[in-house]
Design a protein around this ligand. Sequence first.
Ligand SMILES: [Zn+2]
Ligand SMILES: [Zn+2]
Length: 203
Amino acid sequence: MSEPIITEGLIHKCIDFHGHWCPGLATGIRAAEYALLEFGHSSDEEIVTVAETDFCGVDAIQFLTGCTLGKGNLVIREFGKVAFSFYRRSDGKAQRIVLRPAEETDREEYRELQKKSNEGSLSEDEWTRFLELRDEHSGMILGTDLEDLFEVKEVQFPVPEYAPMKKSVLCEDCGEMVMETKARFSGGRVLCITCFDKLNPRF
Ligand SMILES: [Zn+2]
Ligand SMILES: [Zn+2]
């Protein structure tokens, strides 16, 4: 049998990178697996991923596919959906995958405990149960066939353009450099967003 594209070892490194094991990361690992199988690894910027929410899974995309925020070939559009569009610049291949709806009933307990965990109010027993459910859900996601996990669809928008480095200008209030496309013009002065907001309070 051939080696799986995402090995056990890679999954462990991915968990180290992310900081914990969770269903969100597991989902990202599977989305990355899809991207690697269908589009290949992006050593430079040839593959672009657009993620429609910023959740744990985005770390798996960054770690495994080579699409990263820093390089600009991972773009987050905050639509609140676990959906990813992949684009390959060389041949224009593009696909969007969307997480299929899960049974809400068996997630309820987990979600309740997750909330408590965020608040730091889990008892010892609840913590044990939380880890148990977390492993169970994550393991289920790893064990599900890709086609049962994601629906493959057409992309909804064209590949984002390359983002060339923009010229910077000096903010006339704080004196810091700011990309000219992000600068504001107010009262005859060029300002960065922070200074602009300070001088033009919205409320
Ligand atoms: Zn996580
Ligand atoms: Zn400023």
